[in-house]
Design a protein around this ligand. Structure first.
Ligand code: NDP
Ligand code: 8X3
Length: 251
């Protein structure tokens, strides 16, 4: 039975991927801070072996402890899905909350790097595995208020490509998924719990869903073993890029 470790399996993409891989007969290591949500995912699939770990990805000691204490049955990780992450705030840089910036950096960059570093030696020793990172279109296209969130996803993009360089002599695959407008709890979190404002973001659109992303994550992992999907950029059909903005001084 193959094993996938999913960070952020309590909501959105991670939860949808958990359901998808469980339905495909994989066993799961599911992580997140909300233990009751991990339990309810496990309850949905009583026949699927699921190892639940309440984990704050910002804490190196928790990551090291989780991997060191994996039960034998779950030690050989086939896919690491580095999905846990968040955006906080939409303020311009000069007004942004430094605590929000620190949380994004510690979650989206530090947490992702630390877990990757801790899991990789096992994959290299077995000469197999797949690291799937959750990047974002924000890592490629700048927008007002994207500041540290977008810069963090640009880090994830480059980290993914650099991993491929270090692992070129192995059979390990690395993929960066870069979604655009998707409806999950993402906007509620970004807007500090303002559900009305979060709902407004999706008004009149048909956003990408968690299930759509789970389909893509499953697809990148099921192409032939000699094929590496480096990057998948995905937007809903209703989304595109804007023109350059030019500020002109009054004549
Ligand atoms: P959700 O808010 O629905 O899910 C985020 C997940 O991340 C939750 O399971 C949450 O778990 C987990 N998480 C956040 N902080 C921590 C932490 N400190 N420790 C452990 N887990 C944490 O959002 P999405 O599913 O949309 O987001 C998943 C990923 O996709 C993120 O990396 C996001 O940046 C990225 N993304 C999202 C897009 C979107 O529009 N939705 C588009 C592009 C990329 P818990 O709170 O239980 O700890
Ligand atoms: C989430 C997509 O455009 O809100 O990463 O930054 S966006």
């Amino acid at each position: 039975m193959k094993t996938i470790l999913i960070t952020g399996a309590t909501s959105g993409f991670g939860l949808a991927c958990g359901r998808r891989f469980a339905a495909e007969g994989w066993q799961l290591i599911i992580t997140g801070r909300r233990a009751e949500r991990l339990q309810s995912l496990a309850d949905e699939f009583p026949d699927t072996p699921m190892h639940q770990v309440m984990l704050d990805i910002r804490e190196r000691s928790q990551i090291e402890g989780m991997v060191a204490r994996l039960p034998d049955q779950f030690k050989n990780i086939d896919i690491l899905l580095n999905n846990a992450g968040l955006a906080l705030g939409v303020e311009p840089a000069q007004n942004a909350d430094l605590d929000d910036w620190e949380t994004m950096i510690n979650t989206n960059i530090k947490g992702l790097c630390t877990l990757t570093r801790v899991v990789l030696p096992g994959m290299v020793a077995r000469n197999c595995g797949h690291i799937i990172n959750m990047g974002s279109v924000a890592g490629t296209y700048p927008y007002p208020g994207g500041n540290v969130y977008g810069a963090g996803k640009a880090f994830v993009k480059q980290f993914s490509k650099n991993l491929l360089c270090d692992l070129v002599h192995t059979k390990i695959r690395v993929t960066n998924i870069e979604p655009g407008l998707c409806q999950t709890e993402f906007s509620i979190v970004r807007l500090h719990g303002d559900r009305k404002k979060a709902d407004d973001i999706y008004k009149g659109t048909q956003p990408v869903t968690g299930d759509d992303i789970a389909e893509i994550v499953h697809w990148v992992s099921s192409v032939p073993a000699h094929v590496n999907i480096n990057t998948v950029e995905v937007m809903p059909v209703c989304q595109s890029c804007g023109p350059f903005v030019i500020h002109r001084d009054p004549a």
